[in-house]
Design a protein around this ligand. Structure first.
Ligand code: NAP
Length: 242
């Protein structure tokens, strides 16, 4: 029987492709999203049919403590143990910091950062008692480099990098690997706010001369799952050499 993986934000983009890549390898999937639950349920059924895995879809708002309190125990009872956690769900905000409403700031931080606290407190205790587990956080190159007009987003991704390095130290004695993947510009809905001109300008800055794809990131996740747990506390770029 395959290991059980929790993936947040699996309804679209990178998370959706991570789910397919892991399903092909026989991993069982507990997948969540915020709003697109009907399409996530349909996608989950298609993965079960195609790959013969056990997969379930949950409407879990990762930014909300009450949502975790309600759905977390259901996931734990339906899957018994979660062996691997992929904290992928995230939102961006593009605009001047001085134009940003405080509720938008708090939403970015709650979705991208607070979610890691809730996720960890839901799934880590089981990993510690089994002395085995892996956590992969999806960060962003902007968390290291900083992006103009994306101060909140860059701040949240910088926090994910620190969270990853600190938690890795805390749980290494329990044989749990905690790493982050730090994508560059990936072709998903998240970048639909940018014009074709903006995207072309971004591509010019990418040494690989193309946008990344969700498959690039999903393949990196799979490779990381195959690494020894001694590889921990790392923030690994997948950015075409940006
Ligand atoms: P996307 O296409 O916009 O998809 C976002 C996913 O996250 C959706 O499944 C969405 O669910 C889910 N989500 C958003 N808020 C949520 C919440 N509060 N609770 C639960 N699920 C929530 O984004 P993406 O490009 O795939 O990004 C995935 C991750 O990669 C993010 O952490 C992002 O920061 C990171 N990343 C992306 C890029 C890029 O260029 N695309 C680059 C670097 C890093 P619904 O469908 O229900 O809304």
């Amino acid at each position: 029987m395959g290991e059980n993986v929790f993936i947040s934000g699996a309804s679209r983009g990178i998370g959706c492709e991570i789910a397919r890549t892991l399903a092909k390898e026989g991993y069982n999937l507990a997948m969540c999203c915020a709003n697109s639950i009907d399409s996530l349920k349909a996608y989950t059924e298609s993965l079960c049919d195609e790959y013969g895995i056990n997969a379930k879809a949950y409407q879990l708002d990762v930014s909300s403590e009450s949502s975790w309190s309600e759905i977390g125990p259901i996931i734990m009872s339906e899957f018994n143990s979660i062996d691997i956690v992929i904290n992928n769900a995230g939102i961006s905000y593009v605009g001047l910091i001085t134009d940003m409403r405080s509720e938008d700031w708090h939403n970015v931080i709650a979705t991208n950062v607070n979610s890691l606290y809730y996720s960890t407190n839901t799934f880590l205790p089981g990993m510690v008692s089994r002395k085995s587990g892996r956590i992969i956080n999806i960060s962003s190159m902007w968390g290291d480099k900083g992006a103009s007009c994306e101060v909140a987003y860059s701040t949240s991704k910088g926090a994910i990098n620190s969270f990853t390095k600190s938690l890795a130290k805390e749980v290494a004695p329990s044989n749990i690997a905690v790493n982050a993947l730090s994508p560059g510009v990936i072709d998903t809905d998240m970048n639909s706010c940018f014009s074709a001109e903006d995207m072309n300008a971004l591509v010019e800055d990418i040494p690989a001369n193309r946008l990344g794809t969700p498959t690039d990131v999903a393949e990196a996740v799979l490779s990381l799952l195959r690494m020894p747990t001694y590889l921990t506390g790392q923030v690994i770029g997948i950015d075409g050499g940006f």
